[in-house]
Design a binder for this molecule. Structure first.
Ligand code: LLP
Length: 413
């Protein structure tokens, strides 16, 4: 399903023409489709319906309040990795008992905030962190529900920057250390070891690594139960990839078919932490052509969005489809779509065949709902884009564009 498709020659979000949204709110502009986000969340829920499960949407993919609220209303849980994300999640209405807290470097303040909120589980990544959680919990007279994030040493085949499940990565505890650390956790005051957690990485397009991970986790759960642990949460992390270029995406049914055989019989609650799968295809970045610039051997389309607004092409070489909102008839030409930032790495797309363009034309950068606005910065002192949520033929601002006052507001003179 694509909620961003042309109708009568104009690219729409659901039933709303994107040129109309840009005219109302300016560019660069993130536009999200409520229908698309709900659809992709729902695909995962139905694919996992054979087992007791909780989809914990990974807030880092897109932490905008309106996106969080709509998922919380659908019954989603969430995965947070900082005190800031925890605050956003609670404010958006996620019940604490549907929140898990991941991350390799939680501070004691963050641990305390999570415990005081009574979240479902802390995914702990090292022995010193186990001791810190124990300290913080006992100082408050609380019991901390914990899972250990184990590193299964599985290559997921994604970009090196977002692979997290191989031995030697900074994430999780080494697989062979897990039994010892669970026993340690049992002996430390203030801890309730109740889960096993892992996360292989991000933008994973094959199902096999998940099948392997699920099988390994099932084995570990069996061994821990035999050792007397009441493991009732199995968290397989996130990472489900969406289509990028030629490769087909990982579908929810293929994912479910890979993991369910191993975990269905455990009688534990299955947690998954998708971010990109839920929101990635649900957002576009709208940008206007500023200049067409021809240099020997290359045509540059200089647009008003840049690497500070969407860093994925610059950082990971990520491929996002780019479409004109109102394509003009005529021959296509090969172009580099670049932003105004003073770096040659500032591109949104290279070597793209685009129809004839003029200054002022609108382009849509697709699949920008995940890790787009959430990774935006003020680099080059650019103001971060506004964000709009579309529902059918209606659209509303959900985050206003930054102003110069916003830019300067933290300076101390
Ligand atoms: N759970 C944990 C513990 C994670 O670290 C992540 C992502 C997720 C879940 C969600 O992963 P997803 O389902 O969205 O792939 N900025 C990169 C992606 C970084 C992912 C970091 N961790 C990008 O733009 O591709």
């Amino acid at each position: 399903m694509s909620s961003f498709a042309p109708r009568c020659g104009v690219l729409h979000a659901e039933r709303t023409p994107l040129d109309l949204v840009a005219a109302a709110h300016g560019t660069p502009l993130y536009v999200y489709s409520r229908g698309a986000i709900e659809h992709h969340y729902g695909e995962l829920v139905s694919a996992l319906s054979a087992v007791e499960h909780l989809v914990c949407y990974s807030v880092k993919a897109n932490p905008t309040g309106a996106v969080l609220r709509l998922l919380a209303e659908r019954g989603s849980g969430c995965d947070v990795v900082s005190g800031g994300e925890l605050a956003r999640a609670l404010r958006a209405g996620f019940p604490p008992d549907r929140i898990v807290f991941s991350g390799v470097g939680k501070t004691e303040d963050e641990i305390a905030a999570a415990l005081e909120a009574r979240i479902l589980c802390l995914n702990v990544e090292s022995e010193p962190e186990l001791r810190a959680v124990s300290r913080v919990a006992t100082a408050r007279g609380l019991v901390a529900p914990v899972a250990l994030r184990v590193n299964p040493d599985i290559a997921a085949g994604s970009h090196a920057y977002v692979e997290t499940g191989k031995a030697g990565d900074k994430f999780g505890v080494p697989w062979e250390d897990a039994p010892r650390l669970y026993r340690l956790a049992r002996g430390l005051p203030g801890l309730l070891p109740r889960g096993v957690d892992l996360h292989l990485g991000s933008q994973i397009l094959r199902a096999e690594p998940y099948a392997l991970a699920a099988a390994r986790v099932a084995e570990l759960v069996g061994a821990l139960r035999a050792d007397g642990f009441g493991i009732d949460l199995v968290d397989l992390g996130g990472g489900l990839g969406i289509s990028c270029g030629e490769e087909p995406p990982l579908t929810a049914p293929r994912y479910a078919a890979a993991v369910l055989p191993a975990v269905a019989g455990l009688g534990a609650r299955l947690i998954v932490e998708p971010g990109r799968f839920v929101v990635g295809r649900g957002g576009v970045l709208l940008t206007r052509v500023l200049y067409l610039k021809d240099v020997p051997g290359r045509r540059y389309v200089v647009v008003d969005a840049a690497m500070n607004d969407l860093i994925r092409p610059a950082l990971y070489g990520a491929w996002h489809p780019i479409l004109p909102v109102r394509p003009r008839p005529g021959r296509t030409a090969c172009c580099d779509v670049v932003g105004p930032v003073c770096e040659s790495g500032d591109f949104l797309g290279r070597d793209r065949e685009l129809p004839p363009l003029r200054e002022g034309d609108l382009l849509a950068v697709l699949d920008a709902g995940a890790y787009g606005s959430s990774m935006a910065s003020n680099y080059n002192s650019r103001l971060r884009p506004a964000e709009v949520l579309v529902e059918g033929d209606r659209h509303g601002l959900v985050r206003r564009r930054e102003t110069l006052d916003d830019l300067l507001r933290l300076e101390v003179e």
